[in-house]
Design a protein around this ligand. Structure first.
Ligand code: ADE
Length: 264
């Protein structure tokens, strides 16, 4: 304890205590939650064949050491019945929960694709960091349940990382559909979103429950308020945009390496 009367030491000690103990230690374990796997090759990770997940689930984990960090990349894998990637909020929340329980990460990075709103400044190939995430397809018009449904949460703030990497910043709105119904559109506008995806707010919900800081790195594959049909535009740009996301994800991890949470 500080000597009596040493006010400044006392204040400093309180400030340090307010930051959880991991915040001023270098980040050691990070967990990427991704929709699909192309991110993996950059970090030279290996697949976990003795899965930390329940037997039989399609969830996939790659892990390894990259620049002093334990990097995990987890994705829902292929739907067992249909063989397509397990996109959407249900599988995203399950893999996030199971991964945090098993891996105890210091930081979650939800990386993936998103639709962008041209009117809000999004272009194909932009990579955004989301300041806030919320749902646009959970409409419950009863007092307080309405706010619960929207489920708005702030991302972990990374002002220095944003400055260093010169990334765009915008709010992210999440729903379980690739298309956008008129009611979804009204909610997305109410959420003041620049981009829309199918996982972010679900990952944020679990991260908040388990008290793990989370950031959202989203690359724009299609312009929602443009004139091309979303499925075609998405598939047309997917390969090129994945490369952009991959590059930004690497820059983000390079920046994180050797730093504490409070330095991001
Ligand atoms: N991922 C990529 N494009 C998307 C869109 N338009 N809506 C939801 N998720 C997306």
């Amino acid at each position: 304890a500080p000597p009596h009367g040493d006010k400044s030491a006392e204040v400093k000690e309180e400030a340090a205590a307010a930051v959880s103990s991991v915040d001023n230690r270098p980040i050691s374990t990070i967990l990427f939650i991704v929709e699909a796997l192309p991110l993996v090759k950059k970090f030279q990770l290996t697949e976990d064949l003795n899965s930390v997940f329940p037997k039989g689930v399609p969830w996939v984990r790659f892990y390894g050491n990259y620049k002093g960090l334990t990097v995990n990349i987890v994705c829902p894998g292929k739907d067992p019945a249909l063989g397509v990637d397990g996109v959407g909020t249900v599988s995203a929340s399950l893999v996030t929960y199971a991964s945090v329980q098993a891996l105890k990460p210091d930081l979650i990075i939800n990386a993936g694709t998103a639709g962008g709103f041209g009117a809000k400044g999004a272009s194909i190939g932009d990579v955004f960091i989301s300041s806030e995430v919320a749902f646009h397809d959970r409409r419950i018009p009863i007092p307080v349940f309405d706010i619960y449904g929207v489920g708005s949460r702030k991302a972990f703030a990374t002002p220095n990382l944003l400055k260093e990497l010169n990334l765009k910043v915008g709010k992210l709105s999440t729903g379980d559909s690739l298309d956008m119904s008129p009611m979804d559109e009204a909610s997305i506008i109410a959420n003041d979103a620049t981009i829309k995806d199918m996982e972010g707010a679900a990952v944020a919900y679990v991260a908040d429950l388990l008290k793990v800081p989370a950031i959202f790195v989203k690359a724009v594959t299609d312009i929602v308020d443009g004139d091309k049909p979303t499925p075609e535009e998405f598939l047309e740009n997917l390969v090129a945009v994945t490369a952009a996301l991959d590059q930004t994800a690497t820059q983000v991890v390079d920046y994180i390496s050797g730093k504490c949470l409070v330095e991001l």
